[in-house]
Design a protein around this ligand. Sequence first.
Ligand code: ZN
Length: 285
Amino acid sequence: MDRLVSFTLDFEDLRTDPSVQEERVVLVTDRILGKLRERGIRGTFFCVGELAEQHPALMRRIVADGHELGVHGYQHIPNDLLGPERFRSDNEKAKAILSDIAGAEVVLYRAPQYSLVPSTPWIPEILTELGFIASSSVLPAHSPLYGWPGAPTTPFRWPSGLIELPSPVTKLGPMTFPFLGGTYLRLLPSAIRKRGVRSSDPASVLWTYCHPWEFDPDEKFYVYEHGGWLVSRIGWLNRRGMLKRVLNALEPQAGLPLGEIVASLGDVPLFDPFGTDQQLASGQK
Ligand SMILES: [Zn+2]
């Protein structure tokens, strides 16, 4: 049986100087929404809270099309740069904004740039305290930006109870990488994507991740704030082909939105890299 791939998008705008760089995120997101509507695909939109606040009409169109909302920070800042206090207040604010738009409590979270890593161990507990149920924020591989090599590649539970759906990865020679989204999906031959899906662990949850800017060949080049020149250049490659690649990855039929998958998961193994469970049991914390 074919393994199904779910659609997820990180709704963000990476412009560094909005006073001179044209805003294109609404135009491009509407284009994506139209294609998904044509094909009857529902997915999960992880939204930067501040951006959602600025575009309520677009957000209402996303919800009206049956997509789920999740939080992608209040601003698009990697979590190690935020620290625990600001992480808490930012995501509490973003959750309230998005829950208001969705008309229901938003309980899904995705870290900017997969910045749930060994140096940010406080994230799962804070998310649970804020009422989040699931996260898709761990890249279980080495990465030039943020990754957690050795983390499980199938759904797991943090000691706080939060469910994690790790980013789908595949191996090619010595490399392990997130083949279903971003640069990898945009640039690598589709044979690698197909092989990755075929050889995936049946217990893994497969989802494609992408960003509005990746679908926009006409955006003028600039250097990303948390990227540097080379990463930014790579971000402009093959944007013209991205929509087709994402839609192909969702054939023959898209998987369910992530929240619906989490609701049907049942029990998943505990991942406790810091021994938090034992500390809780013995009263230390
Ligand atoms: Zn992002």
